[in-house]
Design a protein around this ligand. Structure first.
Ligand code: ADP
Ligand code: MG
Length: 247
């Protein structure tokens, strides 16, 4: 089953066409890596799918619910319910600086899912434990390393029980020695068969962990296929040129 289906998606900022005729789907349980040069539209694509930025045309379905149909959005209640199935993890963590780690993870559970405080707390503590951060519940984001902040933001996304996790360069703001700890968490999530879409420049991770990969350039999907095949034997000239930078 497809968890996300995108058809002919387009997005422009004024005269600047940032996404053109983007079509792809994400199947349940798979990891899809999105690679491509800076400025190619990767973040805009994740932001359009999660409705942080409205698309200008095309269609999007999430778990069978059409949230965008020929450039027209579903009604607010349908949209809100469907978007809850998408969990986004940002490059720069986006934690609330004035909330403790625990409250960063409980806040949306209580406000959005209407969970009771005790249940939200139990969910948060279990996720912090899973992330190796059981002792950081009372800490504030400023007291954490970048890797710890990113693990908190992954816990925050997981707390809302999304059907798919979307990561926008989750390790790009981290020192190389902290990148490994986040990739390890993501490997664990992949092994648990979580559906994930990962924008990344970590080609080793994409090659080993992702099932499929797609290369974006200048707002279009240039090539798409099994991750290992695409990275080891790119067919398209633009994919080849891009991957050369990593070898
Ligand atoms: P990537 O994530 O692949 O680096 P982005 O999606 O961030 O690329 O950006 C794609 C293009 O859209 C770039 O040319 C960028 O300058 C432009 N862009 C992104 N956000 C905005 C915005 N809010 N207003 C105008 N242009 C934008
Ligand atoms: Mg980006």
């Amino acid at each position: 089953m497809d968890v996300v289906t995108v058809e002919h998606l387009s997005k422009s900022y004024g005269d600047l066409q940032v996404l053109s005729d983007i079509s792809f789907s994400v199947r349940e349980g798979e990891v899809l890596a999105i690679i491509g040069p800076s400025g190619s539209g990767k973040s805009t694509l994740l932001r359009a799918v999660t409705h942080l930025e409205p698309a200008t045309g095309g269609s999007i379905a999430v778990c069978g619910t059409r949230i965008l149909d020929g450039g027209v959005y579903a009604d607010p209640a349908t949209l809100r319910a469907a978007l809850l199935k998408l969990g986004l993890v940002f490059q720069d963590f986006n934690l609330f600086p004035h909330f403790s780690v625990l409250r960063n993870i409980t806040e949306a559970q209580v406000r959005v899912l209407r969970r009771g405080k005790d249940e939200a707390r139990a969910v948060a503590l279990a996720l912090l434990d899973k992330m190796g951060l059981a002792d950081k519940a009372a800490a504030y984001p400023c007291e954490l390393s970048g890797g710890q902040k990113q693990r908190v933001s992954i816990a925050r996304a997981l707390a809302l029980d999304p059907k798919v996790l979307l990561f926008d360069e989750p390790t790009s703001a981290l020192d190389p020695e902290l990148t490994g700890e986040i990739l390890k968490v993501m490997r664990t999530l992949a092994a648990e068969k979580r559906t994930m879409v990962v924008v990344t420049h970590e080609m080793g991770f994409a090659r080993e962990v992702a099932d499929r990969a797609m290369l974006m350039d200048a707002g279009v999907i240039v090539e798409e296929g099994p991750a290992r095949e695409l990275i080891d034997n790119p067919r398209n000239e633009r994919t080849r040129a891009f991957l050369k930078r990593f070898s």
